[in-house]
Write a protein that binds this ligand. Structure first.
Ligand SMILES: NC(=O)c1ccc[n+]([C@@H]2O[C@H](COP(=O)([O-])OP(=O)(O)OC[C@H]3O[C@@H](n4cnc5c(N)ncnc54)[C@H](O)[C@@H]3O)[C@@H](O)[C@H]2O)c1
Length: 283
């Protein structure tokens, strides 16, 4: 059985990831600054801003583990505007630097981390270069939160250049939705502007966890970013009508279905074998 450390395992996406990976045969250790609410989970309290604690955690802490095969790094302040900009970038970038550095120095060869859809240019006050957006254009962070994710991706790229056997995957998650939140989607339907900020995207937390599993299985070394979204939009209005109303001048790069996500998941489908099956439409 392979051992994986999941940082931010007490959080929203972390809870789904810990459960999914445990059910998929991984020995999972959850690490977070708050205790894991699930007593069945092997969990440890840590502050990732403290490099010494992180090194200790990665190298082996008491009876929890002696050697990690992989790290899934989800811990972060998960959006702009929750904390001050300074606290957000300090917490997120320093935590990631500590985790990436300790993992690399400990010889761990597989690191999967939560990047964010925000690096695509959210909230799209400047329109996207084309739709569906994909991984082909350079990050356009518009907040300190997004800048922290952009810097983490840049750091991952350099670490993989230093070590050609290291594989790092940055999952650019869309807005994470717990299925219990689906009734809220009714509130968006009357206004095309209500979710313009992320091109009407979302990610069902169950499929976010699936993407993490697929990224852990991805064998290629080097750094690779992937957009991870649910296969459809949050809207009943067709994409053509939404785009005519909100982004009439944005070029269309490929054909897409009426409700197909405009956050392209084609790269993740092709390279990771990520095939999300959940949708708010089925709930
Ligand atoms: N929620 C979203 O819509 C969304 C969208 C895109 C990307 N993401 C990214 O996905 C990841 C998970 O997001 P989430 O929604 O589960 O967030 P969350 O806030 O529910 O969970 C994050 C967890 O990280 C922990 N944490 C934060 N800083 C820490 C530190 N310094 N030391 C120890 N623990 C720390 C928190 O205690 C929390 O339990 C984050 O990296 C976030 O940026 C989230």
């Amino acid at each position: 059985m392979k051992t994986v450390l999941v940082t931010g395992g007490s959080g929203k996406l972390g809870a789904f990831a810990v459960r999914h990976l445990s059910n998929s045969g991984w020995d999972v250790i959850s690490a977070d600054r708050v205790p894991n609410p699930n007593n069945d989970v092997k969990s440890i309290i840590v502050d990732f801003r403290d490099a010494a604690q992180v090194m200790d955690l990665i190298l082996g802490t008491d009876e929890k583990h002696t050697k990690l095969d992989a790290v899934v790094h989800l811990a972060a302040i998960p959006a702009p505007g929750i904390a001050t900009d300074k606290a957000t970038i300090d917490n997120n970038f320093n935590s990631s630097l500590n985790i990436f550095m300790a993992s690399q120095k400990a010889g761990i060869k597989k690191i999967v981390f939560a990047s964010s859809e925000t690096v695509l240019g959210l909230p799209f006050d400047t329109p996207p270069p084309y739709v569906p957006v994909d991984e082909e254009y350079a990050p356009r962070p518009e907040s300190y939160y997004s800048l922290s994710k952009t810097l983490e991706e840049a750091l991952a790229k350099e670490l993989c250049r230093w070590d050609e056997s290291l594989g790092m995957v940055g999952l650019r998650f869309s807005n994470v939705i717990d299925p219990v939140e689906y009734p809220d989607f009714e509130n968006y339907q009357s206004d095309p502007m209500s979710r313009k900020w992320n091109l009407w995207g979302y990610i069902d937390a169950r499929d976010g966890a699936l993407a993490i599993e697929k990224a852990l299985e991805y064998q290629r070394p080097g750094f690779e970013p992937f957009i991870i979204a649910s296969p459809d939009t949050v809207m009943r209005t067709a994409n053509d009508d939404l785009l005519k109303a909100v982004f009439p001048d944005v070029p269309r790069k490929t054909e897409f279905g009426d409700h197909e996500t405009l956050l392209s998941i084609r790269k993740a489908q092709k390279l990771l074998g990520y095939n999300p099956e959940n949708s708010w439409r089925k709930s």
